[in-house]
Design a protein. Structure first.
Length: 256
């Protein structure tokens, strides 16, 4: 491992915290850069403790790693932490976390609701089941840049990358806003990194999971034309990243 980056290739079983520590270009940086600047992308700090991110982490674990759910997610006990008994109960709970993501019972109900809906819909259930590879962490060279990508799920037979997204929007509204949310750029990056690592990628899709009752879910294919169009932004973003790495400086908004 050099500069906290593993060898090029596909790495399985990598904890998300380890993956995020790898110093390589990612879709998160690219999405932030394209909507603002390199300076913003470098400065962004992801709040892993925010409710949407904790809920998203739990949904990912339930759908992608159900066998390890209890090792990844902890449901906080209902207690009044203003009382001595409540404080003691919660303190005991915290001691046994071992790095697990904490959610409350309401969030757990949402996770279970989404899981039930996914399992009840053949399109969602079968698409997910056909993805034999889950949580693939990949490092490869793209446009002369060392890049990384973490694929939620991959169907080798169909050449399909599947990304799981939770949203407070209706699934239809989310799908229509995919371009504005820079998800075409994200999938273009995933495709580039995966292909550079030797994977076949024919299509990319998003499993959209609504976080409000009745927890609607659907699989939405991202048109290849949108991903192809986003490839141009990937190329420019790679050049910007290279310049940042070379000079140690990051460009803010253009001074025009």
């Amino acid at each position: 491992m050099k500069n906290n980056i593993p060898d090029f290739g596909i790495h399985e079983g990598v904890p998300s915290s380890v993956y995020h520590s790898w110093n390589a270009l990612s879709s998160t940086w690219l999405k932030r850069w394209v909507s603002s600047s390199a300076a913003h992308a470098h400065a962004e700090e992801i709040d892993a403790e925010s409710v949407p991110l904790r809920l998203g982490t739990a949904v990912h674990a339930k759908l992608l790693e159900p066998h390890a759910y209890s090792q990844l997610i902890a449901v906080a006990p209902q207690c009044d932490r203003r009382t001595t008994a409540g404080k003691e109960l919660y303190a005991s709970f915290l001691k046994g976390l071992n790095g697990r993501t904490v959610i409350d019972e309401e969030m757990q109900e949402t996770v279970n609701g989404i899981h039930r809906v996914v399992e009840s819909m053949s399109s969602c259930r079968e698409t997910l089941a056909n993805c034999k590879d889950k949580e693939l962490s990949i490092v490869a060279e793209v446009n002369g840049v060392v890049g990384k990508a973490r694929l939620d799920a991959y169907d080798a037979d169909a050449g399909l990358i599947l990304d799981v997204k939770t949203t407070s929007l209706l699934a239809g509204d989310f799908a229509r806003q995919a371009w504005n949310l820079n998800y075409a750029l994200q999938l273009a990056w995933y495709r580039s990194v995966a292909q550079a690592a030797g994977l076949t990628v024919n299509r990319c899709a998003i499993l959209i999971c609504e976080t409000k009752r009745p927890w609607g879910c659907r699989v939405a294919l991202m048109p290849n034309a949108m991903i192809d169009y986003a490839d141009a932004a990937v190329a420019v973003g790679c050049a910007e990243w290279c310049e940042c790495q070379r000079t140690g400086e990051v460009q803010n908004y253009p001074d025009t």
